[in-house]
Ligand binder design. Structure first.
Ligand code: NI
Length: 174
């Protein structure tokens, strides 16, 4: 489900990003230092997401394959907003359906909250029938350049070709 991100990402000098410590799907610690000097795309979601996340992951997998070796130093980072269910093991299994270069990050509830705040992203648990729950979450892809500056965003529902062009332009930033 979509959550609007009011007032953010209009100006080119939006201040997004910051220090974080999470765990990648291979169990290794992953911090902002792992992204330093690289352009990257980052978005928030959860593996039980019925539509937005699998669509976004599918489209960005297409972009990655179209970019080929141009995307060598580019990173795609999927941060779960549902760390209670999305363990690194679960992320590894789930991301196996998509491009193998996508990094999936999880952590404690607090560690994930720190990451979301750094990108002014929001999410919340929504109870469903049978004592279950789903998550509402910001559905934007944040594109960050190799200097750690916000470059552009990709909205959910934007055409994959548009996403591809933005990522290509992002990678071209020196
Ligand atoms: Ni989702």
């Amino acid at each position: 489900m979509l959550v609007a991100l009011a007032g953010v990402v209009k100006a080119q000098d939006v201040d997004l990003g910051g220090p974080f410590t999470l765990k990648a799907q291979d169990g290794r610690t992953f911090t902002e230092k792992d992204l330093a000097g690289r352009p990257y795309a980052l978005f928030f979601g959860f593996t039980h997401c019925p539509e937005v996340c699998p669509t976004t992951l599918g489209e960005i997998s297409v972009s990655l394959s179209e970019l080929g070796t141009v995307a060598e130093d580019f990173r795609v980072v999927f941060v779960t907003v549902d760390p209670e269910r999305d363990t690194p093991e679960r992320l590894k299994e789930y991301l196996g359906w998509f491009d193998e270069r996508i990094v999936g990050l999880s952590g404690t509830v607090e560690e994930v909250a720190v990451m979301a705040r750094a990108f002014k992203a929001t999410y919340r648990k929504v109870p469903t029938s049978g004592g279950n729950y789903t998550m509402d979450h910001t559905a934007l892809i944040f594109l960050m350049d190799r200097h750690g500056r916000f470059f552009d965003k990709v909205a959910y529902g934007e055409h994959q070709e548009s996403q591809f062009r933005k990522i290509r332009d992002l990678i071209a930033v020196r």
